[in-house]
Design a protein around this ligand. Structure first.
Ligand SMILES: *Cc1c(COP(=O)(O)O)cnc(C)c1O
Length: 374
């Protein structure tokens, strides 16, 4: 165990199947119509699973476009990705960051006229056509040029000749609901903007929008969640493979009789003799507190309900139906028996939040392709 690496002795293990991520990437890419390329979204540490490990695996699978949210995430990734890989920073460019973007060859997603001005000034100073993506808001009302700003910019398009405009992009609000009116409305609005930019490349689709059909693909799709095993087609079967498995150790077993209660707030009262296993995972590990009295774990194929509240470092399971279980045994909290989307449903959130909250106290194990002999 490396000194100072507390997670090496951790009783809980998060296993990330990099082979499944590569397979999911290839599956998504195979769905694309002619010409569209497939990026990989690595923001928030690759949805909590480890961007430094995921990025090179996607590059190995042929990915050449990577999206992060923060400048810092881009700076961390730059030395880990091939030099020709493009790294786009979704949250855009702030004044004073120009040199950091240029030195690390990061591509800012320009979200407002002020950012476009900053990047044009930096291009002039460095006498280089700096690469850029321009984000047009078509319905998220979050980041990007307003429709009026986008029309104004199109009218003075020649200004942008000083930049290397890689893509015009927009982002869908309801791509995971194929029947939602906003999908077509945003598509129409985006296509309207693109008509004013002959020859410009476009990027529109997240994971779910890849499954809305090839008219949504344009030149570059930007999947995140589907790479990490979250179902991009909720309501239908999951087309992608599960990636993350979370297993934790039983610390202690006890038998409890009525009228005892379990945990903080005494929210669960046993109704008969109950065998309880205490597990070393809690909300400080990202195991959401809304799973109190609702979540479950698996021991082999046996479902073990969470009883009582999730505490900071511990949860308690009713293991009466698995009498063989003992201290040191391993239970599954997420994995083949319990997909990330199932955990999210029970917790009242989405798979993105479940993955991105997974804590740092887990020992992380990465399953990778065997390296080809040199
Ligand atoms: C997070 C994000 C994505 C990826 O979305 P998924 O639903 O995870 O595929 C794509 N584009 C933008 C702008 C994003 O913020």
């Amino acid at each position: 165990m490396a000194a100072g690496d507390a997670s090496a002795a951790a009783p809980s293990v998060l296993t990330v199947d990099l082979r499944a991520i590569a397979a999911n990437y290839r599956l998504l890419r195979a769905r694309l119509g002619g010409g569209a390329e497939c990026a990989g979204v690595l923001k928030a540490n690759a949805y909590g699973l480890g961007a430094a490990r995921v990025g090179p695996v996607l590059a190995q699978a042929g990915c050449r476009h990577f999206f992060v949210a923060h400048l810092g995430e881009g700076l961390e990734l730059r030395p880990l990705l091939p030099p020709q890989a493009a790294i786009y920073v979704l949250n855009g460019l702030a004044s004073g960051e120009e040199d950091a973007f240029i030195d690390a060859r990061l591509v800012p997603v320009l979200n407002d006229p002020g950012q476009i001005g900053l990047w044009l000034a930096a291009a002039r100073l460095s006498s280089t056509a700096l690469p850029a993506v321009i984000h047009i808001d078509t319905g998220m009302s979050r980041l990007g040029l307003s429709p009026a700003e986008a029309r104004h910019l199109a009218g003075e398009r020649a200004r942008l000749n000083a930049l290397d405009l890689r893509f015009l992009m927009s982002h869908l609000a309801c791509a995971d609901e194929p029947g939602h009116d906003l999908n077509l409305a945003q598509h129409r609005e985006f296509a309207g903007h693109l008509a004013a930019w002959p020859g410009a490349k476009a990027s529109f689709a997240n994971s779910s929008a890849i499954f809305l059909g090839s008219t949504y693909h344009f030149d570059l799709v930007r999947p995140g969640c589907a790479l990490y095993g979250i179902n991009p087609t909720p309501g239908g079967p999951n087309p992608v493979a599960g990636v993350a498995r979370l297993e934790a150790k039983v610390l202690q077993i006890r038998d409890v009789d009525p009228p005892r209660s379990v945990g903080y707030g005494a929210t669960h009262r046993v109704t008969g003799r109950t065998r309880i296993a205490t597990i070393a995972v809690g909300y400080a590990d990202g195991w959401l507190r809304t799973l109190s009295n609702r979540g479950c774990a698996f021991y082999g194929a046996v479902r073990l309900p969470v009883i009582g509240r999730v505490s900071m470092d511990l949860i308690t399971l009713d293991v009466t139906s698995a009498p063989a279980i003992g201290p040191g045994d391993i239970v599954e909290l997420m994995g083949p028996h319990l997909a990330v989307d199932a955990v999210a449903d029970i917790a009242g959130t989405n798979g993105y939040e479940v993955l991105t909250r997974l804590g740092r106290r887990f020992r992380r194990v990465y399953l990778d392709e065997p390296q080809a002999p040199a």
